[in-house]
Design a protein around this ligand. Structure first.
Ligand SMILES: Nc1ncnc2c1ncn2[C@@H]1O[C@H](COP(=O)(O)OP(=O)(O)OP(=O)(O)O)[C@@H](O)[C@H]1O
Ligand SMILES: [Mg+2]
Length: 316
């Protein structure tokens, strides 16, 4: 049997109240070691509040949170050593050179001066900024500044990265680069929590997601599960050879597990009553009856759609 996964983050009834506003209303969340965890919610859902509590910058009003077993309030110092927190907005020192900036933070973390040069080179390499080591920060593009922000939180080799919308404001290419770096960091053994509104990207990036709304957890688990939770039926698409469309349609309509089969342009939409049904009978039936298949795939219900459905667009 595999050993149980180690919890990188565990919260129990985590609550934060501002005046009369309940920003977090009893959040129970588990993030396992090695997860690249997507934290999703609309504006004001409580993402930043949660990340700031985990980063020990904000004290909860109730409940508890721990990072690798260390309580974020009682054991805040231990937590600070093992996390790297990148806030949604962070100031950069525009008149500093890239290496000076990182060296400065290395010194803050008491990395001995003899070791800092190598550490700075290593993190620059990781975020793909080696070529810009001598550049003034003010002359870096937005995407590069974000990557520098990431380099900064990596300097003390933290186990857990808390990244608050690290891809916001980036163009598609810079975003993809950022995502590739995060995947590399996961491969290197980091646990990563990333909050974002860019849902379609988290869908392929993250192995697990949590969706929160008005400070409450709506869903936590694999991306696929989020889809199944809201859609009872499973939809598949079939593209037979054009002259075999009608034959394929008749064959599919005769199957007991098929709720409906409809003809849409050059393909057929096949709806099954449940996600439990093994869909392999669809291509099997067609091929066995001489229909040649050009394509067969599951309907991609995007996380965007799931998100809109479960959150109903409510913000506070
Ligand atoms: N310092 C504060 N004082 C009062 N209310 C606050 C404070 N910080 C956050 N809030 C409120 O708490 C709720 C949660 O805010 P939070 O910043 O955690 O949301 P978020 O999910 O990060 O949103 P966004 O996507 O806009 O960044 C919001 O209603 C916000 O207005
Ligand atoms: Mg926020």
């Amino acid at each position: 049997m595999n050993p149980p996964p180690i919890a990188a983050v565990q919260t129990h009834g985590l609550t934060r109240i501002y005046g009369s506003l309940v920003a977090l209303g009893g959040l129970n969340l588990t993030v396992n070691q090695g997860d690249l965890f997507g934290f999703i919610g609309s504006n004001g859902a409580g993402k930043t509040t949660t990340l700031r509590i985990l980063a020990t910058f904000l004290v909860p009003s109730g409940g508890s949170a721990s990072v690798f077993g260390h309580d974020v309030v009682a054991d805040a110092d231990a937590v600070r050593h093992i996390i790297g927190y990148m806030p949604d907005f962070f100031g950069v020192y525009k008149d500093m050179e890239v290496t000076e900036y990182l060296d400065f933070f290395g010194a803050c973390y008491r990395i001995p001066s003899g070791q800092r040069e190598k550490t700075v080179s290593d993190v620059l390499e990781l975020v793909g900024l080696t070529e810009k080591r001598g550049t003034l920060i003010g002359a870096l593009s937005r995407g590069m500044q974000q990557r520098l922000g990431l380099a900064r939180v990596l300097i003390h080799d933290p186990k857990l990265l808390l990244l608050d919308e690290p891809a916001s404001g980036l163009d598609p290419r810079a975003r993809i680069e950022m995502m590739a770096i995060l995947q590399e960091l996961q491969r290197l053994g980091k646990t990563i929590i990333i909050s974002s509104h860019i849902l379609s990207e988290l869908q392929t990036l993250c192995n697990r997601v949590a969706i929160i709304e008005k400070g409450k957890l709506i869903y936590a688990g694999p991306v696929q599960g989020a889809r199944q939770q809201i859609a009872d039926t499973a939809v598949f698409w079939v593209r037979p050879k054009p002259d075999q469309q009608d034959t394929a349609l008749q064959l599919l309509r005769g199957q007991t597990d098929v709720v409906s089969a409809e003809h849409l342009e050059d393909r057929i939409k096949v709806t099954l009553a449940s996600h439990e049904t093994d869909p392999t009978f669809i291509p099997e039936t067609l091929v066995r009856n001489g229909v040649r298949l050009l394509e067969f795939y599951e309907d991609e219900m995007g996380l965007e759609k799931v998100f809109l459905h479960v959150t109903k667009g409510e913000t506070q």
